[in-house]
Design a binder for this molecule. Sequence first.
Ligand SMILES: O=C(O)CCC(=O)C(=O)O
Length: 327
Amino acid sequence: MVVESISMPGAKDLDSTTITPRRELEDCNHLLDDHAALMRFHDEQGYILLRGVLDPASVEETRKAMFAVMERHGLIEPGNTDGTWTGKPFPGGMEESPEFSGIARRLIENPANQKLMEKILGEPACIIPIVQYRTYPPGGSITGAHQDGFYSPGIRNYKPVWTTLTPCPREVGGLMVAVGQCNRGFLHNLAKTPSPIPEGVIPEDSWATTDYYPGDVLILNPYAPHASMPNTSKYCRVTLDTRVQSAADPRVLLADIVSASPDAITVRDLAGAERTFTVDDDTFIRIEHPGVRQKRADYVPSAPAGKRIVVVFDGNHAETLRRASDN
Ligand SMILES: O=C(O)CCC(=O)C(=O)O
């Protein structure tokens, strides 16, 4: 079935907890030195899975940094190294907490990991300052089925990078991907807000997952439907997802707002340079909450001078304005 865009007012939403992935994701390590072949796999299958490719010391440093935050919140006992949950209820909502700031950047900027990112992107890469740090206890958050590109229009020359800091066998609730479903356009239901993917659109037998381990990296095609699975283990799921972009042709800028209007936004980047971008109805604005699109007619009160945001741009056009998440 070919679906290029979806508007199904009466459709039931796909409930990702009803999905049982029957297939296993394939690893792509053998394609790492053949960028064209790696991209072919990515473009056809919708993902790239690489096993044990991140520098082990940098992964361990990242785990320790995330565990320090988890310890403070009582998710794990002091000194714990395997992520066993204490049982303390966790309110959640910490994916973009400033307590984690900088952890992903240190991981990506490790020299060995930079070389890996260059192979994945096909050119020198730098981190995009959008990161989600996930420390989900058993029974915690589940990410519903979605396609990343639906929420991030305008980001080109970039790749999302998902990795786990502790063993994440399937019962800990890693990601599943609908394999080979990335060439059908967006499958989100435009007839509804916030536009979930409807039931029955993705073939049940396309869903695949695997057991993930520290050092593994999963790259998702922006059109690949994916979701997380429930954590039914006794461990917290400790993962992060960030993005890398072309260092030579960056499209994403971390900056502080100077002034905002419904037609334009002026920002100051971290080097002190001011830039003005046009804002129009094609600009995807989510400055207040990263999951909620705002109208350009009324976003200005949420865009005061000094607020740090991420601007995805194409020339002088603002493609996306997003709350900064890791700076
Ligand atoms: O880790 C998760 O639960 C979701 C991650 C995700 O959707 C992504 O990296 O695009």
